[in-house]
Design a protein around this ligand. Structure first.
Ligand SMILES: Cc1cc2nc3c(=O)[nH]c(=O)nc-3n(C[C@H](O)[C@H](O)[C@H](O)COP(=O)(O)O)c2cc1C
Ligand SMILES: [Mn+2]
Length: 529
């Protein structure tokens, strides 16, 4: 049964021996981060990797507050969060959905009914405000004070406190569809934060659409597009525009709501790289197999998860950017200061005795490694929909998801590995992948030793490494320009004569099956192990 809210999830964590309550006083400034970091790294490299979820019950400076961390911090817990014995089961549910068999007789048609019922569960339901627990306490106007929340500072040189696990809700001005994305928020003061949606993310595109509408006379202005995130300062760009256009931009406020502390599937859905037109609320419903209950926000025209611990409401003013960062990031480095939009709060609603949810990112493996692995498993069928020759994919956490992807393929024609690289660079957020290694289908991509052996033995580097240019993740600190740079693909497949390889290709080593079974039978007696 789907978790009704964060508390229901915490109950299950506790019953399953997956929760540690921390009753000693801990400071949300750096101390919680250090505890969560050490916990995330427990049992590293073993099947039991990733320590327990942590519930801080004695938060320095915030009497009565509770903070949940590391809720997704192990393979086991990620499965528990998505209520499945295997993440591949979720992938298989997606496969069934995207490849429904054409029914030929009555019985086959009947078999489709449960699937239709299942689809009915995906769509969110809107409930009335009186039934929405997230509105038990409402603060508006002067009463809004973000500093009341036990928000963490996670690394020593961070620009301040950051909300690290927010589900940021915006509406597409053209289609009316809602998007939920996880974009960190730096606290500037009681009523304002940064809004770190990177420029290729969906909320940034929502903002660009509004800018396009406000500046129809200057469509395609490149400086203007930079106004959505990580670009030049607003003042510089606005200077180039007509006064009437500037007024139009400044008059437009983009409404934003943020949910903190939801049921685990909803929080997880905020990080999945879904196609822009697929609402994350639907993904949450699919994962929960139960509709998500939403409620109208108080001061903005957006629907928010009714059971959330906290809802922050407000707006981002078009044309306004402010310095964000530095922030100790999941790359293991600080991301430096850049300009990002500013979120102005108009209202905070929360439950009675709200539980704040947070994560820390840093040198892998961290909690987000497990969230990323779940994305890898769940998205495999969707990748295979476009590139059916893909057998398996591995995004090692140390490759921080956008730096390294290892792909195995059924190679069928000359240049096939290159086609796969180009296909991946063209696919949603996989466009950011800095390095792709392509191996043949008989290589287990999850076995990094085997991948290393192939990726180095099977290449003539000058011939088999392909470089290209394109969009780069905003967090990349080495690219020649922010958000733009080069990528590399390594074709570590066996080379074919059709690809101009004329030397014989050696077979890989394997022992005769007969010899192996004979030695198996004797192995124990030999007393070696
Ligand atoms: C803990 C965590 C923090 C993240 N912080 C950011 C962030 O600050 N900015 C950003 O653009 N993406 C961030 N991401 C990645 C996005 O959530 C992810 O790309 C998501 O798919 C974006 O949703 P969208 O496709 O609807 O824009 C973060 C992911 C995680 C797991
Ligand atoms: Mn999205």
């Amino acid at each position: 049964m789907a978790y009704t809210d964060l508390r229901d999830w915490i109950k299950t964590l506790e019953k399953s021996g997956e929760l540690k309550r921390i009753t000693v006083e801990v400071d949300p400034i750096l101390e919680m981060a250090e505890i969560a970091d050490r916990t995330a790294k427990l049992g590293r490299g073993t099947p039991k990797a990733g320590g327990p979820a942590l519930l801080f019950e004695n938060v320095k400076g915030h009497p009565g507050a509770q903070v949940l961390m590391n809720q997704f911090g192990s393979e086991r817990r990620m499965r528990l969060a998505l209520e499945t014995n295997s993440l591949d089961d979720i992938a298989n549910r997606i496969r069934t959905l995207i490849k429904p068999q054409m029914p030929t007789n009555f019985m086959d048609k009947m078999k489709l009914l449960p699937m239709l019922a299942e689809v009915g569960n995906f769509f969110p339901k809107v409930v009335s405000a009186k039934d929405a627990l997230c509105k038990q306490v409402i603060h508006r106007g002067e009463d809004v004070n973000l500093l009341d929340l036990p928000i963490l500072k996670t690394w020593p040189n961070d620009g301040g406190r950051f909300i690290t696990l927010p589900c940021v809700i915006t509406r597409d001005p053209k289609s009316g569809k809602r998007n939920v994305g996880m974009y960190r928020m730096q606290v500037y003061d009681a009523k304002t934060t940064g809004m770190h949606w990177q420029r290729q993310k969906v909320a940034a595109e929502h903002m660009r659409d509004r800018l396009r509408a406000a500046t129809a006379d200057r469509a395609g202005n490149v400086d203007l597009m930079a106004l959505t995130a990580g670009g030049t300062t607003a003042a510089t760009s606005l200077d180039t525009l007509a006064t009437t256009t500037v007024t139009r931009i400044r008059e437009d406020r983009m409404e934003v709501a943020v949910a903190i502390g939801t049921d685990p599937a909803t929080t997880f859905s905020a990080i999945v790289p879904a196609p822009p037109d697929v609402e994350e609320y639907l993904i949450s419903g699919f994962l929960r197999q139960k509709p998500l209950e939403l409620v109208k926000a108080e001061t903005v025209d957006l629907e928010v998860p009714a059971h959330a611990e906290y809802i922050l409401e407000g707006y981002v003013q078009l044309g306004e950017l402010r310095t964000e960062g530095p922030f100790g990031d999941h790359t293991g480095f600080y991301t430096m200061q850049e300009d990002y939009p500013v979120f102005h709060l108009t209202c905070i609603t929360h439950r009675k005795d709200p539980i704040y949810a947070a994560t820390i990112v840093g040198k892998p493996p961290m909690e987000d490694a497990w969230m990323g692995k779940a994305v890898e498993r769940i998205f495999l069928p969707l990748m295979q929909l476009t590139l059916p020759e893909i057998v398996d994919v591995n995004l090692p956490p140390e490759g921080v998801f956008h730096n390294l992807m290892i792909v195995s393929i059924k190679k069928s024609y000359a240049g096939h590995a290159r086609k796969i690289m180009n296909g991946i660079w063209a696919m949603g957020q996989a466009m950011f992948t800095k390095c792709i290694i392509v191996v043949d289908e008989d290589c287990d991509v999850q076995d990094l030793a085997e991948v290393t052996l192939r990726a180095t033995n099977n290449i003539d580097p000058e011939r088999d490494i392909q470089f290209t240019l394109g969009p780069i993740d905003s967090l990349d600190h080495a690219s020649r320009l922010p958000n733009y740079g080069s990528k590399m693909g390594i074709d570590a497949t066996r080379k074919w004569a059709a690809e101009g390889f004329t030397r014989p290709w050696p077979a890989m080593l394997t022992m005769d099956a007969e010899v192996k079974s004979k030695i198996d039978a004797h192995w124990k007696k030999l007393g070696i192990e």
